[in-house]
Design a protein around this ligand. Structure first.
Ligand code: SF4
Length: 237
């Protein structure tokens, strides 16, 4: 069994959502069924980068994770691209035997039975500004596949009013799931901190906070990407 890998790096910290600040090793798979306008991980999406992706077995990936964490169990963050494209069930089985835990972020377009093995599933449906269309039935399939709702979080990137309306509808649709709103990072992929427009991120965060407070939307969380604030869009952090 082989898995397309764009990069494996860490330990670093989780930069967003419910696991923010938690030490983790990232396993970024290659390939995505989406092409979001503001994607900041094109190196794991665009077929032009395919030559840089490695085919690795679950054992080889686990060896690398073990090497990076010095053999100490750590949270493994499965990311992409869309990691749901890849056969990751065996890797999760291997890691869990050694007390590693697993979180995965996906847009929710493809459900796999191995989602039930995850400790955390972050579903990140893409709003209108991404130019992608959400398949809510597929997202529902991902929720079902995960089994336990307590391990699911929703995260939605917000660029504009239309995205905000989309997020409100998603919040109403899934009142039982924790929802994080993340201001869109419009700086091009590959920029270091000096190249990232921090003023723009602050403006977008302020705007979002004002929106939710004015609307009395109190069961949602607004969180900018900590890793972008610390390191910009640099790869491998
Ligand atoms: S789903 Fe994620 S990885 Fe895929 S194109 Fe959109 S932002 Fe990029």
């Amino acid at each position: 069994m082989s898995i397309k890998i764009s990069e494996i790096f860490g330990p670093t910290i989780q930069g967003e959502g419910t696991l923010i600040g938690q030490p983790t090793v990232f396993v970024r798979t290659g390939g995505c069924d989406y092409r979001c306008t503001w994607c900041d991980t094109l190196h794991a999406v665009d077929s032009g980068y395919r030559d840089t992706w490695k085919s690795m077995s679950p054992n080889q990936i686990m060896d690398k994770i073990r090497e990076l964490s010095d053999g100490k169990p750590i949270l493994v963050s499965l990311s992409g691209g869309n990691p749901a494209i890849q056969p990751l069930g065996e890797l999760i089985d291997l890691g869990r035997k050694e007390s590693y835990s697993f979180a995965m972020e996906t847009q929710g377009s493809i459900a796999k039975e191995w989602f039930s093995k995850l400790d955390h599933l972050i579903l990140s449906p893409k709003p209108p500004s991404s130019a992608m269309k959400t398949d809510w039935d597929a997202l529902e399939g991902c929720i079902k596949a995960a089994g336990d709702k307590n391990k699911i979080t929703l995260k939605i990137v917000i660029k504009d009013e239309e995205d905000y309306t989309y997020a409100r509808q998603a919040g109403e649709k899934y009142p039982d799931l924790p929802l994080y709103l993340q201001p869109c990072n419009m700086s091009p992929a590959g920029m270091d901190q000096n190249g990232v427009d921090m003023d723009d991120i602050h403006r977008r965060t302020d705007w979002l906070i004002e929106k939710i407070t004015n609307d009395g939307w109190f069961n949602v969380k607004v969180l900018p990407q900590l890793h972008v604030m610390l390191w910009g869009n640099k790869r491998g952090v």
